[in-house]
Design a protein around this ligand. Structure first.
Ligand SMILES: [Zn+2]
Length: 314
């Protein structure tokens, strides 16, 4: 059994020791165990709330857990917490009884146990790696440093192009915001028809806008619509499909009769206005428009009223 440090992990141990030269310090190792070799890919510092006293140390657990997750995201391989290191005063390169407790906790994490590394400055920088088995048993093991000794797949970082692809396509993806199990009281068309008279109609010709300008402002368009999208989905319990295509944004809804209703929104840069199309017409849109107009639109009253009107033959 042996330990191999990546250049970066080894450097992290050295720089941490150097920075805290007057006190004890330590850290956590991120890596993996393969065929009798412990590969240490990253070494994480103990964190701002760690405690290092003569016979006692405690890592800032929240901080280290956070960093373990963040760093793991950058690697293709599955890295895990494989051990720890800390500095001892003088030439003491064995474990104290407090260390036994901490080491046991780490060794229990995996069937392969863990590694625990001691750093001494007596007066030269010196490290002593141990394998910790559970039930508690220490064996001194040798170590080497060098990226060239580590299988390529373990050091491989995430592909930037692939990650960027995800980010850059994210806004173009359509996504469905499903509502809760509650059924909507009124469907999309009934709501839109209910406020149609209060909407401000606009006439628009093709020369009035450019798709390029609209695309440049698509973030503004989405932000302007967020409140109303939440209103439809959270308050009105509608399952809406929100789809973005270049500069336009489409809200669609499948009614009980399976008929899909779509309204398209677009930002008109020349007029600094958002307009939307519903049916054959275009209307002016302002952020929160639907929520404001529909606030007074009581579905129960309408149903009652229309039922009453029908009953009266109106
Ligand atoms: Zn110790």
């Amino acid at each position: 059994m042996q330990v191999i440090f990546s250049n970066r992990a080894y450097l992290a141990v050295v720089t941490e020791t150097s920075e805290k030269i007057k006190t004890e310090t330590g850290g956590i190792f991120l890596g993996c165990y393969e065929n009798g070799i412990w590969y240490i890919i990253e070494a994480i510092d103990p964190g701002p709330n760690s405690v290092f006293q003569a016979a006692y140390f405690e890592y800032d657990q929240k901080y280290t857990e956070h960093l373990i997750n963040k760093l793991s995201l950058m690697y293709n391989a599955k890295l895990s917490l494989i051990g720890l290191w800390h500095r001892h005063p003088g030439s003491f390169d064995e474990f104290s009884s407090t260390d036994d407790g901490t080491n046991s906790n780490y060794a229990k994490l995996s069937a392969n146990g863990a590694i625990s590394v001691l750093v001494n400055i007596d007066p030269m920088f010196r490290i002593t790696p141990y394998h910790v088995a559970w039930p508690l048993k220490y064996s001194k093991i040798t170590y080497k440093v060098g990226d060239d000794l580590i299988p390529k797949n373990l050091l491989q970082m995430k592909n930037i192009e692939q990650s960027l692809d995800y980010i850059n396509n994210y806004a173009n993806k359509s996504y469905i915001r499903t509502s809760s199990n509650e059924k909507p009281q009124l469907d999309f068309v009934r709501l839109l028809d209910g406020i149609k008279e209060k909407l401000q109609r606009v006439t628009l010709s093709k020369d009035d806008f450019s798709m390029d300008e609209a695309e440049k402002n698509r973030d503004f368009l989405i932000e302007s619509l967020l409140d109303d999208i939440s209103y439809f989905t959270e308050i009105r319990k509608l399952a809406l499909n929100v789809e973005q295509n270049k500069g336009a944004l489409c809200l669609s809804h499948k009614g009980t009769n399976n008929v899909v209703t779509r309204i398209y929104f677009i930002y008109i840069a020349q007029k600094k206005q958002i307009i939307f199309t519903y049916g054959d017409d275009c209307y002016l849109y302002n952020s929160g428009l639907f929520e404001n107009l529909l606030a007074d639109f009581n579905p129960v009253d309408v149903t009652f009223k229309s039922g009453l009107m029908r009953a009266l033959g109106l």
